[in-house]
Design a protein around this ligand. Structure first.
Ligand code: G3D
Ligand code: MG
Length: 199
């Protein structure tokens, strides 16, 4: 009886947790996005943009969506740090890949980087959300244009969930939709990547 109750108690009080890694080149807007996700979902103001320094290590953010905890890991984008990304692949439940849609000069570099992430066996089956960031800037590449560029790579994604959404991490436009999309996909992919439970 005691074990039944403690079991039930655990079920009621434990929170499902998922880990989402935020990847992309340096300057894509990853840290700005993380701060916006935190302020959108916790109601507490995040760091103002002028206080955001280039990420050297790791920035983390926790937000609760319904009764689920989402932990975001913003990994530094500089090339030298890409080898660190791999260490997080096996533990992540989803990937947010941020693209600076105003920087068409670096699109080739983005493609190479995205492809190397996607072809890594450890992230097989993990839902991937690509964000076409900086949509507040006129002339930014649209979701349609980004899709055209990345379609050949998307074919390699196989049956996994993937999507491209427009956002402005700075203004917050599209940020809630992006996290909502992730939340649903994380739930749907539970059989492949079960959540962790922590009290
Ligand atoms: P990173 O963490 O991917 O390296 P940051 O990128 O979050 O540090 O952002 C890099 C620069 O892009 C910052 O500008 C930031 O304000 C800007 N930025 C991020 N998201 C957006 C966006 O949605 N719209 C616009 N217009 N700018 C954005 P600075 O000037 O501080 O380098
Ligand atoms: Mg950063």
């Amino acid at each position: 009886m005691y074990t039944l109750f403690t079991g039930l108690y655990k079920q009621w009080t434990q929170k499902e947790e998922f880990y989402v890694i935020i990847l992309g080149l340096d300057n894509a807007g990853k840290t700005t996005l993380l701060e916006k996700i935190k302020s959108t979902f916790s109601g507490i103001a995040g760091l103002p943009p002028e206080k955001i320094a280039p990420t050297v290590g790791l920035n983390v953010g926790k937000v609760d969506v319904q009764s689920t905890r989402l932990n975001f890991w913003d990994l530094g984008g500089q090339k030298e740090l890409h080898s660190i990304w791999e260490k997080y692949y096996s533990e992540c439940h989803a990937i947010l890949f941020v693209v600076d849609a105003t920087d068409s000069e670096r699109i080739e570099e983005v493609k190479v980087t995205f492809e190397s992430v996607m072809t890594n066996d450890t992230v097989e089956g993990v839902p991937v959300l690509m964000l076409a960031n900086k949509q507040d800037v006129s002339g930014a590449l649209s979701v349609h244009e980004i899709k055209e560029i990345f379609n050949p790579i998307a074919l390699q994604l196989g049956a996994r969930d993937s999507k491209v959404l427009p956002v402005s991490a700075l203004k917050g436009d599209g940020v809630r939709d992006a996290v909502d999309w992730l939340y649903l996909r994380l739930q749907r992919n539970k059989v492949n990547r079960p959540p962790v439970f922590q009290r």
